[in-house]
Design a protein around this ligand. Structure first.
Ligand code: SF4
Ligand code: SF4
Length: 606
């Protein structure tokens, strides 16, 4: 390790900002990833540092492969993703465990207990175990930065990729972080041919399998003496083993107890655990999600409590830990905050609204995908019938078409966004064409990866580092795959979209409809002058047609029978709808639905 001295600075950083600082201080040269909450801001913050190349990859597998290549070339490399992204990257991950590294290689994976913004709950520690890789687990932003730097040292010393497990709380909470020295790698960048190490054909892989076993034994010995794993002696009646945020919750709930805090959660420090267990009367393992530590500790022949006290579902809190262990919730440290309810909804002017309005009317089965447009599931649009994982919509629609045969014709569509299509939808479309079904694939091209916070993607025309880039031509790409019927529509035009969908859905062969209109929140759109529409409420009959698109800028005002009579309305009228001109961006969708001239252009307002 080579260190450059610099005066420390005290900073107030989120975990993701701290991880970016850690990558900078560890002299990471290449970083690649796919945006996924809660990991997204790591790379976005890393772009603010010099001497590092950062990029958004089409998916997590490619991101990790890029980082592996950089490591082979002798520089320190980083791949970032959320837990479900690690599933996509699992293929290169398991083999990178065999090849090992040249420059240090770290994979940051951010778990999301309780599924604040995910389709499932996963415990990424199981990947460290299965892929035979060391994993570090910080509990706060300061540790996140320090652990990342240590991860690079471990990576180069033990010739291994290292996993660093973050989670929603570590990623997004803010804490005091001290800047530190730059710790450069001793590896010299350049091309070094090492086929026995890097070419994983069976003869070489069998040798590397032995190297992996040897490495994990050495790491387990290191774990017993590492400063990453520490004992804090307190009352020896109760000993707690915990890592990450679980340690913080447990410490707050039982400050008097003895603790074995694990920073390295794979492999485990067996001697240290045995020593700790032998000196406490009751041993409790406190961990979120799976009984990862508990199972291994029990397999060591040590009696302990774990999931008999601590839930295996959802995020832990101090109160959950206290109640689980002692049966009493105890005092409430913070009074619950009353937040204004904010139900999920597409933004006012969202270009997906026109499409889902039409799909609802067409009564087709909509095989959905992951993105803002998953909200098309909610009423009043109610036009999404399944959603499995990134890029799955096309495969699911294909499976349904094959299962139903002629009976499903004209009844099945797949929807997915531009970024999701590039991520892993494209292979599904190739399969649809190759294996001949009739489903219609709708690519909702809003020019950006919107749901994770508007990151550019290979169709957006710019890179993460802000440089202009090639923008994929989806029409040409789909035709090149073999789709004969490709058409592009403006989803803000309800009739045009309806007619195109009807025609394509009824086809006997695969077709693609691209609904192209930019997300209202991308910088170019935000700059565009918006003229809100205006409610001419005198004309409103209360028919509610405009409410069926679920725009948050339109609200309903109930009227009494007397008020309706005074307006000269029909007896059945229950109220009027009104546009909130502060929220309205003038997309014009609602105006197309009103048959009574009750919604008029902004200029007409006087
Ligand atoms: S024009 Fe209508 S649909 Fe579009 S944002 Fe304004 S109120 Fe909503
Ligand atoms: S504004 Fe038009 S569409 Fe909306 S409720 Fe009134 S009359 Fe019906």
């Amino acid at each position: 390790m080579t260190q450059q001295e610099s005066s420390p600075e005290t900073l107030w950083l989120s975990g993701n900002e701290a991880l970016a600082l850690g990558a900078h201080e560890a002299t990471v040269k290449v970083a690649s990833g796919y945006p996924g909450t809660p990991s997204t801001e790591i790379l976005e913050n890393l772009t603010g540092y010099d001497n590092v190349y950062t990029e958004w990859a089409p998916n997590e597998k490619v991101g990790l492969e890029v980082a592996i290549g950089a490591s082979f070339a002798g520089v320190r490399a980083l791949a970032t993703m959320k837990h479900v992204g690690l599933n996509v990257a699992a293929d290169p991950l398991f083999t990178a465990s065999y090849t090992g590294v040249r420059g240090g290689l770290v994979i940051i994976v951010a778990d999301d207990p309780t599924m604040h913004s995910s389709q499932n709950e996963q415990d990424s520690r199981n990947y460290a175990w299965a892929a035979k890789l060391p994993m570090l687990e910080p509990s706060d932003p300061a540790e996140a930065k320090e652990y990342l730097k240590q991860a690079y040292e471990i990576s180069e010393e033990f010739d291994t990729p290292v996993l660093l497990r973050s989670c929603t709380r570590v990623a997004h909470v803010k804490g005091i972080v001290a800047s530190g020295p730059i710790t450069a790698s001793k590896v010299t960048p350049g091309i070094e041919k090492m086929p026995a190490k890097f070419v994983m054909l069976p003869a070489n892989a069998r040798q590397r399998r032995l190297a992996v076993a040897e490495r994990m034994e050495k790491l387990a010995l290191m774990a017993d003496h590492s400063s990453l794993n520490t004992i804090e002696w307190g009352d020896k009646k109760r000993g707690i083993i915990a890592a990450g945020t679980s340690y913080l919750y447990a410490k707050e709930a039982f400050p008097e107890a003895s603790f074995l805090k694990l920073g390295l959660v794979n492999p485990l420090p067996q001697s240290l655990i045995k020593e700790f267990a032998s000196k406490v009367k009751e041993l409790i393992v406190i961990e979120d999600l799976d009984p990862f530590l508990e199972t291994q500790i029990k397999a060591m022949g040590i009696k302990c409590h774990g999931k008999d006290m601590i839930p295996a579902i959802g995020e832990l809190t101090t109160a959950v830990v206290r109640t689980g262990v002692s049966g009493k919730a105890g005092k409430t440290d913070f009074a619950p905050v009353e937040l204004v309810p904010r139900p999920p909804n597409m933004c006012a002017g969202c270009p997906h609204r026109g499409l889902f309005y039409n799909l609802n009317r067409l009564k087709v089965f909509v095989s959905g995908d992951i993105g803002c447009y998953t909200l098309g599931f909610l009423p009043p649009l109610s036009a999404m019938d399944s959603c499995v994982c990134m890029g799955a919509s096309i495969g699911v629609a294909h499976g349904m078409a094959k299962a139903l045969g002629d009976e499903g014709k004209g009844k099945i569509v797949a929807v997915l966004g531009d970024s999701t299509f590039i991520h892993s939808g494209i292979t599904g479309l190739i399969n649809t064409v190759y294996n001949k079904d009739y489903s219609t694939v709708i690519i909702l091209d809003n020019r950006i990866t919107a749901m994770t916070g508007h990151q550019p993607n290979p169709a957006s025309g710019s890179t993460l580092m802000g440089e202009p880039a090639n923008s994929i031509n989806f029409e040409e790409l789909c035709r090149a795959i073999g789709v004969k019927h490709v058409r592009t529509v403006n989803p803000q035009n309800i009739k045009e979209t309806h007619d195109a969908l009807k025609e394509e859905i009824e086809r006997d062969e695969p077709s693609v409809v691209i609904t192209r209109f930019p997300c209202v929140l991308i910088p170019e759109e935000k700059k565009r002058k918006k003229i809100p529409l205006h409610s001419n409420t005198d004309n409103c009959t209360g028919c509610t047609a405009c409410l069926r698109i679920g725009c948050p800028a339109i609200h309903w005002e109930p009227l009494t029978a007397e008020e309706v009579a005074a307006r000269g309305g029909k007896k059945a009228q229950k109220g009027i709808s009104r546009i909130d001109e502060v929220m309205c961006v003038g997309c014009g969708l609602c105006k197309q639905l009103c048959k009574f001239d009750a919604i008029v252009d902004g200029e007409e307002k006087s």
